[in-house]
Ligand binder design. Structure first.
Ligand code: GRF
Length: 211
Protein backbone atom coordinates (compact mmCIF):
# COMPACT_ATOMS: atom_id res chain seq x y z
CA UNK A 1 0.00 0.00 0.00
CA UNK A 2 1.55 3.30 -1.12
CA UNK A 3 1.27 6.41 1.02
CA UNK A 4 0.33 9.61 -0.78
CA UNK A 5 0.85 12.97 0.86
CA UNK A 6 -0.99 15.78 -0.93
CA UNK A 7 -0.01 19.42 -0.52
CA UNK A 8 -2.59 22.14 -1.15
CA UNK A 9 -2.95 25.88 -0.65
CA UNK A 10 -6.58 26.43 -1.61
CA UNK A 11 -9.83 24.76 -2.61
CA UNK A 12 -8.17 21.41 -3.25
CA UNK A 13 -10.38 20.19 -6.09
CA UNK A 14 -7.50 18.20 -7.61
CA UNK A 15 -6.84 16.61 -4.23
CA UNK A 16 -10.53 15.63 -4.04
CA UNK A 17 -10.38 14.16 -7.57
CA UNK A 18 -7.37 12.06 -6.57
CA UNK A 19 -8.91 10.93 -3.27
CA UNK A 20 -12.17 9.97 -4.99
CA UNK A 21 -10.41 8.06 -7.77
CA UNK A 22 -8.26 6.28 -5.19
CA UNK A 23 -11.37 5.10 -3.36
CA UNK A 24 -13.55 4.39 -6.42
CA UNK A 25 -10.87 2.56 -8.40
CA UNK A 26 -9.45 0.69 -5.40
CA UNK A 27 -5.87 1.88 -5.80
CA UNK A 28 -3.26 0.12 -3.73
CA UNK A 29 -2.70 3.44 -1.98
CA UNK A 30 -4.09 5.69 0.69
CA UNK A 31 -4.10 9.44 1.20
CA UNK A 32 -1.83 9.47 4.25
CA UNK A 33 -2.24 13.20 4.77
CA UNK A 34 -3.31 16.48 3.25
CA UNK A 35 -0.95 19.29 4.24
CA UNK A 36 -1.47 23.00 3.61
CA UNK A 37 0.53 26.15 4.14
CA UNK A 38 -2.75 27.96 4.83
CA UNK A 39 -5.12 27.09 7.62
CA UNK A 40 -8.06 28.47 5.61
CA UNK A 41 -7.48 26.20 2.60
CA UNK A 42 -10.91 24.92 1.62
CA UNK A 43 -9.61 21.44 0.82
CA UNK A 44 -8.73 20.82 4.46
CA UNK A 45 -12.44 20.62 5.28
CA UNK A 46 -12.99 17.83 2.75
CA UNK A 47 -10.02 15.93 4.16
CA UNK A 48 -11.24 16.28 7.73
CA UNK A 49 -14.75 15.21 6.80
CA UNK A 50 -13.36 12.15 5.07
CA UNK A 51 -11.08 10.96 7.84
CA UNK A 52 -7.85 12.01 6.13
CA UNK A 53 -5.20 13.35 8.53
CA UNK A 54 -4.39 17.02 7.94
CA UNK A 55 -1.61 19.36 8.97
CA UNK A 56 -0.90 23.05 8.49
CA UNK A 57 2.59 24.47 8.17
CA UNK A 58 2.16 28.22 7.80
CA UNK A 59 4.98 29.75 5.76
CA UNK A 60 4.46 33.04 7.59
CA UNK A 61 5.76 31.46 10.79
CA UNK A 62 9.22 31.02 9.26
CA UNK A 63 12.08 33.40 8.62
CA UNK A 64 12.98 32.10 5.19
CA UNK A 65 12.20 29.43 2.62
CA UNK A 66 14.86 27.07 3.93
CA UNK A 67 13.37 27.06 7.42
CA UNK A 68 9.84 26.60 6.10
CA UNK A 69 10.85 23.79 3.75
CA UNK A 70 12.82 22.02 6.50
CA UNK A 71 9.78 21.90 8.78
CA UNK A 72 7.45 21.05 5.92
CA UNK A 73 9.67 18.08 4.99
CA UNK A 74 9.68 16.89 8.60
CA UNK A 75 5.89 16.98 8.73
CA UNK A 76 5.56 15.26 5.35
CA UNK A 77 8.07 12.57 6.30
CA UNK A 78 6.09 11.89 9.47
CA UNK A 79 3.50 10.34 7.13
CA UNK A 80 6.08 8.11 5.39
CA UNK A 81 5.19 9.20 1.86
CA UNK A 82 5.93 7.12 -1.21
CA UNK A 83 4.72 9.98 -3.38
CA UNK A 84 4.26 13.68 -2.66
CA UNK A 85 1.52 15.27 -4.76
CA UNK A 86 1.51 19.04 -5.22
CA UNK A 87 -2.08 20.02 -5.97
CA UNK A 88 -2.38 23.79 -6.11
CA UNK A 89 0.43 24.23 -3.59
CA UNK A 90 1.40 27.85 -4.11
CA UNK A 91 4.92 27.97 -2.69
CA UNK A 92 8.23 27.99 -4.52
CA UNK A 93 10.26 25.11 -3.14
CA UNK A 94 13.98 25.19 -2.35
CA UNK A 95 16.36 22.96 -4.35
CA UNK A 96 17.15 20.98 -1.18
CA UNK A 97 13.48 20.18 -0.63
CA UNK A 98 13.01 19.14 -4.25
CA UNK A 99 16.14 16.98 -4.10
CA UNK A 100 14.84 15.24 -0.96
CA UNK A 101 11.77 14.08 -2.92
CA UNK A 102 13.55 13.55 -6.25
CA UNK A 103 11.58 11.17 -8.46
CA UNK A 104 8.70 10.95 -5.99
CA UNK A 105 7.02 14.34 -6.25
CA UNK A 106 4.47 15.37 -8.89
CA UNK A 107 2.92 18.74 -9.70
CA UNK A 108 0.05 19.92 -11.86
CA UNK A 109 0.38 23.19 -13.74
CA UNK A 110 -2.46 24.80 -15.72
CA UNK A 111 -0.67 25.24 -19.04
CA UNK A 112 0.85 23.14 -21.76
CA UNK A 113 4.43 23.26 -20.49
CA UNK A 114 7.00 24.36 -21.48
CA UNK A 115 4.67 27.22 -22.49
CA UNK A 116 3.60 29.56 -19.72
CA UNK A 117 5.33 28.50 -16.52
CA UNK A 118 4.40 30.72 -13.56
CA UNK A 119 1.14 32.57 -12.92
CA UNK A 120 -1.84 33.79 -15.01
CA UNK A 121 -1.44 30.99 -17.51
CA UNK A 122 -4.93 31.20 -19.01
CA UNK A 123 -4.79 34.96 -19.53
CA UNK A 124 -1.38 34.64 -21.15
CA UNK A 125 -2.54 31.84 -23.45
CA UNK A 126 -5.55 33.90 -24.61
CA UNK A 127 -3.44 37.04 -25.08
CA UNK A 128 -0.90 35.08 -27.11
CA UNK A 129 -3.68 33.95 -29.44
CA UNK A 130 -3.14 30.28 -28.63
CA UNK A 131 -5.72 27.99 -30.22
CA UNK A 132 -5.24 25.28 -27.61
CA UNK A 133 -4.51 25.42 -23.90
CA UNK A 134 -4.42 22.81 -21.19
CA UNK A 135 -2.67 21.36 -18.23
CA UNK A 136 0.47 19.39 -17.48
CA UNK A 137 1.31 16.86 -14.78
CA UNK A 138 5.07 16.66 -14.37
CA UNK A 139 7.77 15.33 -12.11
CA UNK A 140 9.08 18.16 -9.93
CA UNK A 141 12.63 19.34 -10.55
CA UNK A 142 14.35 22.39 -9.01
CA UNK A 143 13.37 24.71 -11.87
CA UNK A 144 9.85 26.09 -11.36
CA UNK A 145 7.18 24.40 -13.55
CA UNK A 146 9.70 22.26 -15.37
CA UNK A 147 10.47 18.57 -15.16
CA UNK A 148 9.59 15.47 -17.14
CA UNK A 149 6.01 15.47 -18.39
CA UNK A 150 3.76 12.60 -17.28
CA UNK A 151 0.44 13.65 -18.84
CA UNK A 152 -0.90 16.62 -20.75
CA UNK A 153 -4.55 17.46 -21.38
CA UNK A 154 -5.60 19.83 -24.13
CA UNK A 155 -8.69 21.98 -24.65
CA UNK A 156 -9.46 24.31 -27.57
CA UNK A 157 -9.32 28.06 -26.93
CA UNK A 158 -12.58 29.48 -28.26
CA UNK A 159 -12.81 32.85 -30.00
CA UNK A 160 -14.91 34.38 -27.18
CA UNK A 161 -12.86 32.80 -24.42
CA UNK A 162 -12.31 34.55 -21.08
CA UNK A 163 -9.80 33.67 -18.43
CA UNK A 164 -12.60 32.20 -16.30
CA UNK A 165 -14.25 30.08 -18.98
CA UNK A 166 -10.90 28.67 -20.06
CA UNK A 167 -9.84 27.99 -16.47
CA UNK A 168 -13.10 26.11 -15.84
CA UNK A 169 -12.68 23.82 -18.86
CA UNK A 170 -9.02 23.18 -18.12
CA UNK A 171 -9.92 22.30 -14.53
CA UNK A 172 -12.33 19.61 -15.76
CA UNK A 173 -9.39 18.06 -17.59
CA UNK A 174 -7.08 18.42 -14.58
CA UNK A 175 -9.50 16.26 -12.62
CA UNK A 176 -9.02 13.51 -15.20
CA UNK A 177 -5.31 13.97 -15.82
CA UNK A 178 -3.99 14.12 -12.28
CA UNK A 179 -5.66 10.97 -10.90
CA UNK A 180 -4.50 9.11 -14.00
CA UNK A 181 -0.89 10.23 -13.57
CA UNK A 182 -0.89 9.34 -9.87
CA UNK A 183 -2.42 5.93 -10.54
CA UNK A 184 0.20 5.18 -13.20
CA UNK A 185 2.93 6.18 -10.77
CA UNK A 186 1.49 3.95 -8.02
CA UNK A 187 1.17 1.02 -10.39
CA UNK A 188 4.77 1.39 -11.59
CA UNK A 189 3.64 2.07 -15.14
CA UNK A 190 5.90 5.07 -15.71
CA UNK A 191 9.50 4.83 -16.76
CA UNK A 192 12.25 7.30 -17.57
CA UNK A 193 13.95 7.18 -20.93
CA UNK A 194 17.70 7.65 -21.22
CA UNK A 195 17.13 11.23 -22.31
CA UNK A 196 14.97 11.93 -19.28
CA UNK A 197 11.44 11.74 -20.68
CA UNK A 198 8.66 9.85 -18.90
CA UNK A 199 6.85 7.23 -20.95
CA UNK A 200 4.06 4.81 -20.12
CA UNK A 201 5.44 1.28 -20.04
CA UNK A 202 2.63 -0.12 -22.18
CA UNK A 203 2.40 2.84 -24.51
CA UNK A 204 -0.90 4.17 -23.19
CA UNK A 205 -1.62 7.69 -24.45
CA UNK A 206 -0.24 10.40 -22.21
CA UNK A 207 -2.36 13.01 -23.99
CA UNK A 208 -5.98 13.71 -23.07
CA UNK A 209 -8.28 15.73 -25.31
CA UNK A 210 -11.05 17.85 -23.86
CA UNK A 211 -13.74 19.96 -25.41
C1 GRF B 1 -5.05 24.08 -10.52
O1 GRF B 1 -5.48 24.77 -11.66
C2 GRF B 1 -3.61 23.69 -10.67
O2 GRF B 1 -3.22 23.47 -11.98
C3 GRF B 1 -2.87 24.89 -10.15
O3 GRF B 1 -3.66 25.38 -9.11
C4 GRF B 1 -5.02 24.99 -9.30
C5 GRF B 1 -5.42 24.27 -8.06
O4 GRF B 1 -6.79 24.04 -7.98
N1 GRF B 1 -1.54 24.52 -9.77
P1 GRF B 1 -7.37 23.13 -6.81
O5 GRF B 1 -6.89 23.72 -5.49
O6 GRF B 1 -6.85 21.74 -7.00
O7 GRF B 1 -8.84 23.21 -6.95
Amino acid sequence: MKNLVILISGRGSNMVAIAEACAAEGWDARIAAVISNRSDAGGLVYAQQNGIPTAVVNHRDFEDREAFDATLAQVIDGFAPDLVVLAGFMRILTPGFVQHYAGRMLNIHPSLLPAFPGLHTHRRAIEAGCKVAGTTVHVVTPELDHGPIVVQAVVPVRPDETEDTLAARVLVMEHQAYPRAVRWWIEGLLESTEDGRIVHRHGESQALMGG
